[in-house]
Design a protein around this ligand. Sequence first.
Ligand code: UT7
Length: 324
Amino acid sequence: MTLRSVVRGAGHYLPRRVVPNAEFEARLDTTDEWIRSRSGIERRHFAAEGETTSDLAVAAAAAALADAGMQADEIDAIVVATSTPDLTFPSVATMVQGRLGMTRGFAFDVQAVCAGFVFALANADALIRAGQARRVLVIGAETFSRILDWTDRGTCVLFGDGAGALVLEAAEGAGTTDDRGILATDLNSDGRHKDLLYVDGGVSATGSAGQLRMQGNAVFRHAVEKLADTAHRALDKAGLSGADVDWIVPHQANLRIITATAQRMQVPMDRVVVTVQDHGNTSAASIPLALSVGKQRGQIKPGDLVVTEAIGGGLAWGAVVLRW
Ligand code: UT7
Protein backbone atom coordinates (compact mmCIF):
# COMPACT_ATOMS: atom_id res chain seq x y z
CA MET A 1 0.00 0.00 0.00
CA THR A 2 1.13 3.55 -0.76
CA LEU A 3 -0.08 6.71 0.93
CA ARG A 4 -1.45 9.14 -1.71
CA SER A 5 -2.56 12.79 -1.53
CA VAL A 6 -5.99 12.74 -3.17
CA VAL A 7 -7.90 15.84 -4.33
CA ARG A 8 -11.23 16.03 -2.47
CA GLY A 9 -12.30 19.53 -3.48
CA ALA A 10 -11.43 22.52 -5.65
CA GLY A 11 -12.53 26.15 -5.55
CA HIS A 12 -11.56 29.59 -6.77
CA TYR A 13 -12.28 33.27 -6.40
CA LEU A 14 -11.85 36.15 -8.84
CA PRO A 15 -12.19 39.81 -7.86
CA ARG A 16 -15.30 41.45 -9.30
CA ARG A 17 -13.58 44.05 -11.50
CA VAL A 18 -12.91 42.77 -15.02
CA VAL A 19 -10.53 44.81 -17.17
CA PRO A 20 -10.60 44.17 -20.94
CA ASN A 21 -7.51 44.83 -23.09
CA ALA A 22 -9.24 47.91 -24.53
CA GLU A 23 -8.77 49.74 -21.21
CA PHE A 24 -4.99 49.71 -21.76
CA GLU A 25 -5.29 51.21 -25.25
CA ALA A 26 -6.39 54.51 -23.74
CA ARG A 27 -3.31 55.00 -21.55
CA LEU A 28 -0.49 52.99 -23.19
CA ASP A 29 1.02 52.56 -26.65
CA THR A 30 -0.62 49.14 -27.07
CA THR A 31 -3.57 47.48 -28.76
CA ASP A 32 -6.07 44.75 -27.97
CA GLU A 33 -4.78 43.00 -31.11
CA TRP A 34 -1.12 43.01 -29.87
CA ILE A 35 -2.04 41.67 -26.42
CA ARG A 36 -4.32 38.95 -27.83
CA SER A 37 -1.95 37.80 -30.55
CA ARG A 38 1.26 37.85 -28.45
CA SER A 39 -0.19 36.43 -25.20
CA GLY A 40 -3.74 35.11 -25.75
CA ILE A 41 -5.01 37.41 -22.97
CA GLU A 42 -8.36 39.18 -23.53
CA ARG A 43 -9.24 40.34 -20.02
CA ARG A 44 -8.13 39.99 -16.41
CA HIS A 45 -9.58 40.64 -12.94
CA PHE A 46 -8.10 43.27 -10.61
CA ALA A 47 -8.68 43.37 -6.85
CA ALA A 48 -10.66 46.32 -5.50
CA GLU A 49 -8.96 48.96 -3.38
CA GLY A 50 -8.44 47.43 0.06
CA GLU A 51 -9.04 43.89 -1.19
CA THR A 52 -5.99 41.83 -0.22
CA THR A 53 -4.41 38.50 -1.16
CA SER A 54 -5.76 36.89 2.03
CA ASP A 55 -9.30 38.04 1.11
CA LEU A 56 -8.98 36.23 -2.22
CA ALA A 57 -7.39 33.19 -0.54
CA VAL A 58 -10.12 32.89 2.10
CA ALA A 59 -12.86 32.98 -0.57
CA ALA A 60 -11.12 30.31 -2.68
CA ALA A 61 -10.49 28.17 0.42
CA ALA A 62 -14.15 28.37 1.46
CA ALA A 63 -15.22 27.29 -2.04
CA ALA A 64 -12.78 24.33 -2.01
CA LEU A 65 -13.93 23.24 1.47
CA ALA A 66 -17.59 23.41 0.33
CA ASP A 67 -16.71 21.36 -2.76
CA ALA A 68 -15.00 18.76 -0.53
CA GLY A 69 -17.91 18.76 1.93
CA MET A 70 -15.48 19.53 4.76
CA GLN A 71 -15.32 22.02 7.60
CA ALA A 72 -12.23 24.12 8.31
CA ASP A 73 -11.65 22.35 11.64
CA GLU A 74 -11.12 19.06 9.76
CA ILE A 75 -8.02 20.53 8.05
CA ASP A 76 -4.56 19.83 9.55
CA ALA A 77 -2.45 22.25 7.50
CA ILE A 78 -2.68 25.19 5.10
CA VAL A 79 -0.01 25.93 2.49
CA VAL A 80 -0.40 29.19 0.56
CA ALA A 81 1.67 29.90 -2.54
CA THR A 82 2.03 33.66 -3.01
CA SER A 83 4.57 36.35 -3.87
CA THR A 84 2.18 39.17 -3.01
CA PRO A 85 1.36 38.68 0.70
CA ASP A 86 -0.82 41.23 2.53
CA LEU A 87 2.07 42.03 4.86
CA THR A 88 5.74 41.08 5.13
CA PHE A 89 4.60 38.83 7.96
CA PRO A 90 2.66 37.00 9.31
CA SER A 91 2.08 34.59 6.43
CA VAL A 92 -1.08 34.75 4.33
CA ALA A 93 -1.60 31.10 5.35
CA THR A 94 -1.94 31.97 9.07
CA MET A 95 -4.30 34.83 8.16
CA VAL A 96 -6.46 32.33 6.25
CA GLN A 97 -6.26 29.89 9.16
CA GLY A 98 -7.50 32.55 11.56
CA ARG A 99 -10.29 33.75 9.29
CA LEU A 100 -11.54 30.22 8.60
CA GLY A 101 -11.82 29.75 12.38
CA MET A 102 -9.22 26.97 12.53
CA THR A 103 -7.75 26.70 16.01
CA ARG A 104 -5.40 23.76 15.45
CA GLY A 105 -2.90 22.55 12.87
CA PHE A 106 -0.29 24.71 11.15
CA ALA A 107 -0.03 27.10 8.22
CA PHE A 108 2.78 28.62 6.16
CA ASP A 109 3.51 30.33 2.83
CA VAL A 110 5.62 29.09 -0.06
CA GLN A 111 7.24 31.59 -2.40
CA ALA A 112 8.23 30.30 -5.82
CA VAL A 113 6.48 33.02 -7.84
CA CYS A 114 4.57 31.62 -10.84
CA ALA A 115 5.74 28.08 -10.01
CA GLY A 116 4.47 28.55 -6.44
CA PHE A 117 1.45 26.28 -6.66
CA VAL A 118 3.48 23.38 -8.04
CA PHE A 119 5.98 23.82 -5.17
CA ALA A 120 3.11 24.10 -2.64
CA LEU A 121 1.45 20.91 -3.97
CA ALA A 122 4.76 19.02 -3.79
CA ASN A 123 5.29 20.24 -0.20
CA ALA A 124 1.75 19.33 0.83
CA ASP A 125 2.17 15.88 -0.72
CA ALA A 126 5.42 15.39 1.21
CA LEU A 127 3.71 16.43 4.48
CA ILE A 128 0.91 13.94 3.85
CA ARG A 129 3.22 11.08 2.88
CA ALA A 130 5.44 11.79 5.93
CA GLY A 131 2.41 11.52 8.19
CA GLN A 132 2.59 15.17 9.34
CA ALA A 133 -0.94 16.01 8.13
CA ARG A 134 -3.89 14.05 6.74
CA ARG A 135 -5.86 16.92 5.21
CA VAL A 136 -4.12 19.90 3.65
CA LEU A 137 -5.62 23.00 2.08
CA VAL A 138 -3.31 24.15 -0.73
CA ILE A 139 -3.97 27.66 -2.01
CA GLY A 140 -2.48 29.87 -4.71
CA ALA A 141 -3.43 33.54 -4.24
CA GLU A 142 -2.01 36.71 -5.77
CA THR A 143 -2.63 40.42 -6.21
CA PHE A 144 -0.01 41.13 -8.87
CA SER A 145 -1.84 44.37 -9.72
CA ARG A 146 -0.09 45.81 -6.62
CA ILE A 147 3.41 45.33 -8.06
CA LEU A 148 2.88 46.35 -11.69
CA ASP A 149 4.52 49.35 -13.33
CA TRP A 150 1.53 50.86 -15.17
CA THR A 151 3.89 52.67 -17.57
CA ASP A 152 5.60 49.44 -18.74
CA ARG A 153 3.51 48.05 -21.61
CA GLY A 154 5.71 44.93 -21.73
CA THR A 155 4.46 43.71 -18.33
CA CYS A 156 1.37 45.51 -16.99
CA VAL A 157 -0.97 44.13 -19.68
CA LEU A 158 -0.05 40.53 -18.84
CA PHE A 159 -0.99 39.99 -15.19
CA GLY A 160 -4.18 39.63 -13.14
CA ASP A 161 -5.40 38.89 -9.61
CA GLY A 162 -7.15 35.78 -8.29
CA ALA A 163 -7.00 32.71 -6.09
CA GLY A 164 -7.61 28.98 -6.33
CA ALA A 165 -7.50 26.17 -3.79
CA LEU A 166 -7.47 22.38 -3.49
CA VAL A 167 -8.24 20.17 -0.50
CA LEU A 168 -5.89 17.18 -0.36
CA GLU A 169 -6.55 14.14 1.81
CA ALA A 170 -4.39 11.11 2.65
CA ALA A 171 -5.71 7.86 1.19
CA GLU A 172 -4.23 4.39 0.79
CA GLY A 173 -3.46 3.51 -2.82
CA ALA A 174 -2.28 0.28 -4.39
CA GLY A 175 0.99 1.92 -5.45
CA THR A 176 0.11 1.75 -9.15
CA THR A 177 -0.49 4.45 -11.76
CA ASP A 178 -4.24 3.77 -11.40
CA ASP A 179 -4.21 5.26 -7.87
CA ARG A 180 -6.03 8.53 -7.39
CA GLY A 181 -3.89 11.35 -6.00
CA ILE A 182 -0.43 12.80 -6.62
CA LEU A 183 1.69 10.24 -8.48
CA ALA A 184 4.92 12.23 -9.04
CA THR A 185 6.44 15.70 -8.67
CA ASP A 186 9.46 17.39 -10.26
CA LEU A 187 10.90 20.64 -8.86
CA ASN A 188 13.74 22.77 -10.27
CA SER A 189 15.32 26.17 -9.90
CA ASP A 190 18.34 28.01 -11.30
CA GLY A 191 19.25 31.22 -9.49
CA ARG A 192 21.66 32.28 -12.23
CA HIS A 193 18.60 33.62 -14.06
CA LYS A 194 17.36 35.89 -11.26
CA ASP A 195 17.57 39.03 -13.41
CA LEU A 196 15.12 37.78 -16.05
CA LEU A 197 12.07 38.20 -13.83
CA TYR A 198 12.13 39.97 -10.47
CA VAL A 199 10.62 42.72 -8.34
CA ASP A 200 12.91 45.73 -7.87
CA GLY A 201 12.04 46.24 -4.21
CA GLY A 202 11.78 44.34 -0.95
CA VAL A 203 12.13 44.50 2.80
CA SER A 204 15.88 44.29 3.22
CA ALA A 205 16.95 45.83 -0.10
CA THR A 206 14.76 48.92 -0.44
CA GLY A 207 12.16 48.85 2.31
CA SER A 208 9.44 49.09 -0.34
CA ALA A 209 7.31 46.58 -2.23
CA GLY A 210 8.87 47.40 -5.62
CA GLN A 211 7.62 46.71 -9.14
CA LEU A 212 7.79 43.73 -11.46
CA ARG A 213 10.54 43.69 -14.10
CA MET A 214 10.72 41.06 -16.83
CA GLN A 215 12.79 40.27 -19.89
CA GLY A 216 9.75 38.65 -21.50
CA ASN A 217 11.45 37.24 -24.54
CA ALA A 218 14.20 35.47 -22.56
CA VAL A 219 11.66 34.06 -20.07
CA PHE A 220 9.59 32.88 -23.04
CA ARG A 221 12.52 30.88 -24.44
CA HIS A 222 13.27 29.24 -21.07
CA ALA A 223 9.57 28.43 -20.60
CA VAL A 224 9.16 26.63 -23.92
CA GLU A 225 12.24 24.49 -23.26
CA LYS A 226 11.89 23.83 -19.52
CA LEU A 227 8.14 23.21 -19.13
CA ALA A 228 7.97 20.22 -21.47
CA ASP A 229 11.20 18.85 -19.90
CA THR A 230 9.87 19.00 -16.32
CA ALA A 231 6.48 17.56 -17.36
CA HIS A 232 8.25 14.67 -19.10
CA ARG A 233 10.47 14.06 -16.05
CA ALA A 234 7.43 13.98 -13.73
CA LEU A 235 5.59 11.59 -16.08
CA ASP A 236 8.72 9.42 -16.26
CA LYS A 237 8.93 9.26 -12.46
CA ALA A 238 5.28 8.17 -12.38
CA GLY A 239 5.93 5.51 -15.06
CA LEU A 240 3.65 7.28 -17.54
CA SER A 241 3.99 9.17 -20.84
CA GLY A 242 2.31 11.98 -22.76
CA ALA A 243 -0.08 9.44 -24.32
CA ASP A 244 -1.56 8.75 -20.84
CA VAL A 245 -2.42 12.41 -20.17
CA ASP A 246 -6.11 13.38 -20.04
CA TRP A 247 -5.48 17.05 -19.17
CA ILE A 248 -2.52 19.37 -19.12
CA VAL A 249 -3.36 22.17 -16.68
CA PRO A 250 -0.49 24.58 -17.36
CA HIS A 251 0.51 27.83 -15.72
CA GLN A 252 -1.48 30.41 -17.65
CA ALA A 253 1.11 33.00 -18.72
CA ASN A 254 0.95 32.95 -22.49
CA LEU A 255 -1.15 30.93 -24.97
CA ARG A 256 1.88 30.56 -27.26
CA ILE A 257 3.89 28.95 -24.41
CA ILE A 258 0.93 26.70 -23.51
CA THR A 259 0.56 25.58 -27.15
CA ALA A 260 4.30 25.01 -27.69
CA THR A 261 4.54 22.94 -24.49
CA ALA A 262 1.54 20.79 -25.43
CA GLN A 263 3.10 20.24 -28.86
CA ARG A 264 6.42 19.15 -27.34
CA MET A 265 4.48 16.75 -25.08
CA GLN A 266 2.50 15.52 -28.11
CA VAL A 267 -0.78 16.26 -26.34
CA PRO A 268 -3.51 17.85 -28.52
CA MET A 269 -4.88 21.26 -27.47
CA ASP A 270 -8.36 19.81 -26.80
CA ARG A 271 -6.74 18.12 -23.78
CA VAL A 272 -5.34 21.37 -22.35
CA VAL A 273 -7.30 23.53 -19.87
CA VAL A 274 -6.91 27.14 -21.05
CA THR A 275 -8.09 30.11 -18.96
CA VAL A 276 -5.42 32.68 -19.85
CA GLN A 277 -7.87 34.60 -22.08
CA ASP A 278 -10.08 35.38 -19.05
CA HIS A 279 -7.58 35.61 -16.17
CA GLY A 280 -4.28 36.80 -17.61
CA ASN A 281 -1.21 35.62 -15.70
CA THR A 282 -2.20 35.27 -12.03
CA SER A 283 1.18 33.80 -11.02
CA ALA A 284 0.80 31.14 -8.29
CA ALA A 285 -3.01 31.34 -8.54
CA SER A 286 -3.19 30.37 -12.20
CA ILE A 287 -3.00 26.56 -11.88
CA PRO A 288 -5.51 26.13 -9.03
CA LEU A 289 -7.80 28.61 -10.81
CA ALA A 290 -7.56 26.54 -13.99
CA LEU A 291 -8.08 23.27 -12.07
CA SER A 292 -11.22 24.62 -10.41
CA VAL A 293 -12.57 26.17 -13.63
CA GLY A 294 -11.71 22.97 -15.56
CA LYS A 295 -13.68 20.95 -13.03
CA GLN A 296 -16.65 23.35 -13.19
CA ARG A 297 -16.65 23.26 -17.00
CA GLY A 298 -16.93 19.45 -16.80
CA GLN A 299 -13.51 18.97 -18.40
CA ILE A 300 -11.64 17.35 -15.46
CA LYS A 301 -13.41 14.27 -14.05
CA PRO A 302 -12.57 11.77 -11.30
CA GLY A 303 -9.95 9.31 -12.53
CA ASP A 304 -8.49 11.68 -15.16
CA LEU A 305 -4.70 11.93 -15.38
CA VAL A 306 -3.72 15.59 -14.92
CA VAL A 307 -0.29 17.17 -15.45
CA THR A 308 0.36 20.66 -14.12
CA GLU A 309 3.51 22.59 -15.08
CA ALA A 310 4.74 26.09 -14.30
CA ILE A 311 7.77 28.39 -14.51
CA GLY A 312 8.46 31.78 -12.98
CA GLY A 313 10.92 34.12 -11.31
CA GLY A 314 14.06 32.52 -9.90
CA LEU A 315 13.93 30.90 -12.32
CA ALA A 316 11.89 28.20 -10.58
CA TRP A 317 9.89 25.56 -12.43
CA GLY A 318 8.28 22.18 -11.95
CA ALA A 319 5.45 19.77 -12.66
CA VAL A 320 3.01 17.56 -10.76
CA VAL A 321 1.33 14.44 -12.13
CA LEU A 322 -1.88 13.49 -10.37
CA ARG A 323 -4.92 11.35 -10.93
CA TRP A 324 -8.01 13.48 -10.15
O1 UT7 B 1 4.60 33.77 -15.44
C1 UT7 B 1 5.97 33.90 -15.37
C2 UT7 B 1 6.58 33.59 -16.64
N1 UT7 B 1 6.36 34.65 -17.58
C3 UT7 B 1 6.14 34.35 -18.82
O2 UT7 B 1 6.04 33.18 -19.14
C4 UT7 B 1 6.12 35.44 -19.84
C5 UT7 B 1 6.99 35.03 -20.97
N2 UT7 B 1 7.06 36.01 -22.05
C6 UT7 B 1 6.01 36.29 -22.84
O3 UT7 B 1 4.90 35.86 -22.62
C7 UT7 B 1 6.28 37.14 -24.05
O4 UT7 B 1 7.66 37.29 -24.20
C8 UT7 B 1 5.61 38.53 -24.01
C9 UT7 B 1 4.10 38.40 -24.20
C10 UT7 B 1 5.94 39.20 -22.72
C11 UT7 B 1 6.14 39.39 -25.16
O5 UT7 B 1 5.96 38.73 -26.41
P1 UT7 B 1 7.19 38.67 -27.43
O6 UT7 B 1 6.67 38.05 -28.66
O7 UT7 B 1 8.30 37.95 -26.72
O8 UT7 B 1 7.49 40.16 -27.70
P2 UT7 B 1 8.85 40.97 -27.42
O9 UT7 B 1 9.09 41.12 -25.96
O10 UT7 B 1 9.94 40.34 -28.24
O11 UT7 B 1 8.47 42.36 -28.04
C12 UT7 B 1 8.16 42.51 -29.42
C13 UT7 B 1 7.81 43.96 -29.68
C14 UT7 B 1 8.82 44.95 -29.09
O12 UT7 B 1 8.95 46.01 -30.00
P3 UT7 B 1 10.22 46.12 -30.98
O13 UT7 B 1 11.41 46.16 -30.05
O14 UT7 B 1 10.17 44.87 -31.82
O15 UT7 B 1 9.97 47.37 -31.71
C15 UT7 B 1 8.12 45.44 -27.84
O16 UT7 B 1 8.55 46.74 -27.48
O17 UT7 B 1 6.54 44.26 -29.06
C16 UT7 B 1 6.69 45.46 -28.27
N3 UT7 B 1 5.75 45.39 -27.15
C17 UT7 B 1 4.47 45.82 -27.27
N4 UT7 B 1 3.78 46.36 -28.28
C18 UT7 B 1 2.48 46.66 -28.05
C19 UT7 B 1 5.95 44.92 -25.91
N5 UT7 B 1 4.83 45.03 -25.18
C20 UT7 B 1 3.90 45.58 -26.01
C21 UT7 B 1 2.54 45.94 -25.83
N6 UT7 B 1 1.88 46.47 -26.89
N7 UT7 B 1 1.88 45.73 -24.66
